[in-house]
Design a binder for this molecule. Structure first.
Ligand code: ADP
Length: 556
């Protein structure tokens, strides 16, 4: 800016300086020239009169040092010259002023010296004898005057440059100062040149627009964050160079990273070659997925290419936990295989016995035994189907009718039913406790107590003992079933709740269990928001405890 102002000032000053110099020089030169001409004319007139009266002797008597007077004969021969020896002078008939004077009576001309430093003015007048008297004065030419003015001009010019610099610096400072003090936050509050007002108004409008856009951008970004941060799936956004631009909490946990990974290459948090391959494939084909294992869980890793028009601008990575789905799938497959097997065994036994009787291969005395066998297998089949139905109902997670249930009463019902089978094996079946009411599903509470007591009798020893207790603490209702039976080996404890899992597979037929009892118990306890715990010592016995939270408001 300072530079621009400086050059503008210098240019204007230079032009003005030169123009005034030329104009002044021209006017002065003209003025002095005309003055000199007038003087020369009057001097010549005097001289003409003198020569007319007294002849050449008049000229010789003159003391004309300031002027050069020359008398030229009509043929051009110089008769007299007060400043030169006439014998050295050549014929003057070709001189412009002489020729003019001879023709018209008066002549005038001017001539420059060889180097243009001097100009000589000539005035000539024809005398009565046709000779011509010429007066000449030399003075400095306009060029030499101009050359003489060169140094003063340079000084003035240098002064102008200095002045231009000072002025430019001062001017630019005074122009820039209010601009530097401009507040861009509130443009309309600035007190600055009027010329700036439209620009400031425009700026104010733009500011408001930017603010609005920023707010809406921030809202969208907050919305995006709120949604992605609460996602159970891991989400990572990468730019076109594979650099992380956003990562949600789930993905951070998965990759054991934090928000500081933003701005770094995705490879810094995950180096699994399968992931890298999938990512590369998605940038090429648009989409790719693979299954990976992180920290013992299974994930579906999905990568999608993001495009802006034709351009590739980044990738979206989604990690979905499929561990439960995989497990459920495996369980379902195992369950179907187990159900088929468990159904097939009693059916084959029934068909085998029936065929033997049909073909008359069974002695009449043995027929009741065979029929009894068929009935036992059929009842096993029925209880198996019943248990499968119960489990599938629980799996469906349908809501069942709830009511206030007295657990002790349910325990009494169970004892009533199972007392007979306990007695058959000489097992003491004791019930103790208090009447505790909870809100729940009567049928499920009955199933829980029944299955636990049934197992406690089934897996007991002759003359053993089963103790069923119903009691409560401050917050919970507790059912405990303890037996003095065979117990469960520690390695099997966690697996007894699995469907069709039996500790002793070879004796399952004798005990008559379906392998689904504890699965039904676990599901039912879960449905009623309870907790189940099993403790056992092989050879000594087992204690199963079920705890239900007491909801005080139900009984207030
Ligand atoms: P089952 O119908 O075979 O009894 P459960 O699901 O009720 O099936 O039990 C699974 C397995 O857990 C049983 O086969 C048995 O081996 C073991 N079990 C359950 N309860 C007891 C217990 N009280 N004492 C010893 N073993 C038990």
């Amino acid at each position: 800016m300072t530079k621009k102002i400086f050059w503008s000032i210098l240019l204007v000053a230079g032009i003005v300086l030169i123009a005034s110099f030329v104009t002044i020089m021209d006017s002065l030169y003209r003025y002095f020239s005309s003055l000199q001409l007038a003087q020369m004319e009057s001097q010549l007139n005097f001289a003409v009169q003198g020569v007319e009266l007294s002849g050449i002797s008049y000229l010789e008597g003159l003391d004309g040092e300031n002027y050069r007077l020359t008398l030229i004969q009509s043929d051009g021969t110089v008769l007299y010259d007060n400043m030169a020896d006439v014998s050295t002078l050549e014929n003057h008939s070709d001189r412009e002023e002489i020729r003019e004077a001879m023709e018209t009576g008066e002549g005038e001309s001017s001539r420059y010296s060889g180097v243009l430093t001097e100009e000589t003015l000539y005035l000539a007048k024809r005398l009565s004898d046709s000779s011509v008297l010429r007066i000449a004065v030399s003075h400095a030419s306009v060029f030499s005057i101009a050359a003489g003015m060169f140094y003063p001009f340079i000084i003035v010019f240098l002064l102008t440059v200095v002045l231009a610099v000072v002025l430019a610096v001062k001017l630019s400072k005074s122009i820039v100062k209010p601009l530097n003090e401009l507040s861009f936050e509130n443009p309309l509050e600035n007190d600055v040149y009027d010329e700036f007002i439209p620009m400031l108004r425009h700026m104010d409008f733009q500011n408001k627009k930017i603010k609005e856009q920023m707010i809406s951008l921030k809202n969208s970004s907050n919305e995006f964050l709120a949604i992605t941060e609460n996602m159970s799936e891991g989400l990572v956004l990468l730019n076109e160079k594979g650099v992380i631009i956003s990562i949600n909490s789930s993905a951070e946990k998965l990759f054991t990273a934090d928000k500081s990974c933003i701005g770094k290459d995705f490879l810094t948090i995950e180096r699994n070659p399968e992931v890298t391959k999938t990512l590369a494939k998605s940038t090429r084909d648009g989409y790719s997925e693979t299954k990976i294992s992180i920290k013992g869980r299974d994930y579906l890793f999905r990568a999608s290419r993001i495009e802006n028009g034709e351009d590739f601008v980044g990738s979206v990575l989604l990690l979905i936990d499929i561990t439960d789905k995989n497990r459920a799938e495996t369980l379902r497959r195992e369950f179907t295989a187990n159900v088929s097997h468990e159904l097939k065994t009693p059916l084959q036994s029934i068909i085998g016995s029936a065929e033997l009787m049909e073909n008359g291969m069974v002695k009449p005395d043995d027929i009741p035994r065979f029929v009894g066998h068929i009935r036992a297998e059929a009842s096993r089949l029925l209880s198996l189907i019943n248990d499968i139905i119960k489990l599938s109902q629980l799996d469906e997670e349908r809501s069942l009718p709830e009511e206030i249930v007295d657990i002790f009463v349910s325990a009494e019902d169970v004892r009533e039913i199972l007392n007979h089978s306990a007695k058959k094996r000489n097992i003491e079946f004791l019930l103790s406790g208090e009447h505790i009411k909870i809100r729940g599903v009567r049928q499920l509470i009955f199933e829980i107590i029944y299955n636990l007591c049934d197992n406690a009798i089934k897996y007991n020893k002759e003359n053993g003992k089963v103790e069923l207790r119903v009691y409560s603490d401050l917050n919970n209702a507790i059912i405990s079933v303890s037996d003095t039976g065979i117990g469960i080996p520690p390695e099997d404890i966690d697996r007894v709740f699995e469907r069709f899992y039996r500790v002793d597979k070879s004796h399952s037929k004798e005990t008559g269990g379906t392998g689904l009892g504890l699965s039904i118990v676990k599901h039912s306890v879960g449905y009623l928001n309870g907790q189940i715990n099993i403790e056992s010592k092989p050879g000594e016995g087992t204690v199963v405890t079920v705890v239900f939270p007491l909801d005080k408001k139900d009984f207030s």
